[in-house]
Design a protein around this ligand. Sequence first.
Ligand SMILES: NC(=O)C1=CN([C@@H]2O[C@H](COP(=O)(O)OP(=O)(O)OC[C@H]3O[C@@H](n4cnc5c(N)ncnc54)[C@H](O)[C@@H]3O)[C@@H](O)[C@H]2O)C=CC1
Ligand SMILES: O=C(CO)COP(=O)(O)O
Length: 334
Amino acid sequence: MENGGHAKYRVAVIGSGNWGSVASRLIGSNTAKLPSFYDEVRMWVFEETLPTGKKLSESINQQNENCKYLPGIKLGPNVIADPDLESAVKDANMLVFVTPHQFVEGICKKLVGKLRPGAEAISLIKGMEIAVEMFSEATIGYRKDKEVANRWAKLFTTPYFLVSVAEDIEGVELCGTLKNIVAIAAGLVDGLDMGNNTKAAIMRIGLREMRAFSKLLFPSVRDNTFFESCGVADLITTCLGGRNRRVAEAFARNGGKRSFDELEAEMLHGQKLQGVSTAREVYEVLTYRGWQELFPLLSTVHEICIGQLPPTSIVEYSEHTPNLSIIGGPTPFY
Ligand SMILES: NC(=O)C1=CN([C@@H]2O[C@H](COP(=O)(O)OP(=O)(O)OC[C@H]3O[C@@H](n4cnc5c(N)ncnc54)[C@H](O)[C@@H]3O)[C@@H](O)[C@H]2O)C=CC1
Ligand SMILES: O=C(CO)COP(=O)(O)O
């Protein structure tokens, strides 16, 4: 019998970028200790050839380290890189999705019919400095089944990484998604040397728009979710230190003359920005629903990213947007 007659869980991580590698290390450290999990964690690697000519997956397995996306950090002996998606997931009953969001659809299509019956999945949100074991935290959103949510929390929790659960899948997901747009706005403010007061204002307005947009789309979204780690804490950390912020700062310093794509490739060496594409996707929703004027910050970020407005518009949008008093004042849904 497995685990004294109780179910035993096998984990596969789908993705091996910066956060994917951190997550695999964290999970591997727990599965090695917890009897209800198999030790081995398979990490699917989107295969790349390194400048040395070696395959990334081979290098990870030889060095026990992802030299491209998380250099200098050992992943743990039970983390195995696997470039074959089907082989990586075939025995797993707990799947951790952690790829840039633009690749998820293609990956899911390839997984159709390949998974174990009853396999559960989670999509990861936030937490970066934990690779060097600095204190951090995260939130898991769930619907109804708290026992399942708690099992996932157990898989991730360590003394330096605290994981809580919130019964609000949409709210947790939207926090993690929308804050990347606000981080672009924060980076623009940095690139324009506008200082901390302006940046704090942008973060506050951004948080309000995040909450309002989430609640308009999904009335079930809870206010409290925005005070969890996935909300205000994730927003602050991304606006202070993240990749979206950093590239947006460079974009503003270049007066918007070099594109985000170009700066991403130059500055991130294969890592991917999420804020620019998310801003576009959210803008499509805003346009479709006629909500643009209600969300001037979210709209303006997209218009700046595509070169329709200059970076300075991030603090000028109130002049362009007739309905702007809404940002400062109460509305039915803010
Ligand atoms: N890095 C962080 O601090 C955090 C990241 N996240 C989220 O985790 C997700 C993954 O981000 P990271 O692990 O940081 O990735 P990353 O940005 O460090 O690396 C990009 C990854 O995409 C892969 N890739 C490139 N082309 C691909 C393709 N065609 N198909 C599939 N994969 C491809 C690369 O091999 C690499 O693994 C993103 O949605 C991100 O927003 C969430 C929380 C924290
Ligand atoms: O949470 C993150 C991505 O979703 C991390 O933020 P950055 O990509 O801005 O570093």
